[in-house]
Design a protein around this ligand. Sequence first.
Ligand code: PMP
Length: 399
Amino acid sequence: MSLAVQSADLDVIGAGFVHLDYAATAPCVRAAADAVNALLPSYGSVHRGTGPRSQTSTLEYERARDVIADFLGCRPGDQVVFTRNTTDALNLLARALPPGTTTVVFDGEHHANLLPWPNQLRLPAPATPEEAVAAVDRALSDLRGGPVLLAVTGASNVTGEVWPVRALAEVAHAHGARIVVDAAQLAPHLAIDLREIDADYVALSGHKLYAPFGAGVLAGRADWLDAAPPYLAGGGASAAVGNEVGDVRWQTGPARHEGGTPNLLGAVSLAAVCAALAATDRTALHDREQQLLAQLRDGLRYVPGASEVSIFGPWRPRVGIVSIALPGRDPSGVATRLADDFGIGVRAGLFCAHPLVRRLTGATGNNGCEGGLLRASFGLGTTPADIDSLLAALHAVLR
Ligand code: PMP
């Protein structure tokens, strides 16, 4: 059965093995490769130099920014800042918070959305999406004075579960707080529209969104970003520098936080994927992904000693990420067998979400879930045959 619903622009490059580790890094798609190849003969330094190479590169870089702003549904005045990845984007925002900001996070977050936040109120991961909203409401009611930022994931990198970002944005705003959505795992699977979800900021990684490594994005409200010290002090971030120490006028706009020579190829390839996704029926992509998800989850019920984990209960909306508990087995040993004997790539461990995995495996203390979980994650290039191969291999390994 062919499940192809996208144009050739979204065909993944490379074949010959079963890659079920999209949540770590997704394969590159044709649109991204074509964008890089088109620029290779003519690129030059962005915002530096007057030659044709520089001019083309500056134009392409700023065009990439506009494409990504459209893809994310940015509002007039929002900024799109290019970063290295999601971790970089969230750290940038953490450094741009107004003095005295309190940050609120759940402990189920990826470390990239847990560790950067200063002055942090950490809430236990909720049992349901409704509980998440109620917990934020309570926490924000108790906070007094100063700016507040709520940092939440769009979709969990461990369970694939989709978080109620629209409702969380509403409750945050009702208390005068702002919200940032870590969309590292949401953006590859579902359309994001900042106006629609009413989030203040969103962060994502190109390498999880079918582009090559090295480019990510922080998009959202300009005021905090324009008032903050530059994330990377240096050329490009500075508008004028005097002879005295500290005599510097910083740029406003995205350049303020993009010190150093920009990653043109990263930005342009990421924008090419965004444009290709925007031109695609994302509901059809999502439906196809849900079929693969159902196939995997149904099949797992018959795999001995394996059980899927969830935060909110099994039947809540999720993207193509499933983590499996293997009580009494070493998940990394199982993952190695899957790779060595069956050519299947998954991930084992704690997935940079130690508190959450500890909770999902029922471990106590700080060191109680050594092996963690086994995770299968998929996307544009995944076929039903890939899922069947994984299920058959799991049967063989766990028998
Ligand atoms: N947030 C989530 C939910 C993630 O899954 C990841 C990557 N695993 C990150 C943030 C960090 O992304 P990156 O490593 O590209 O910075």
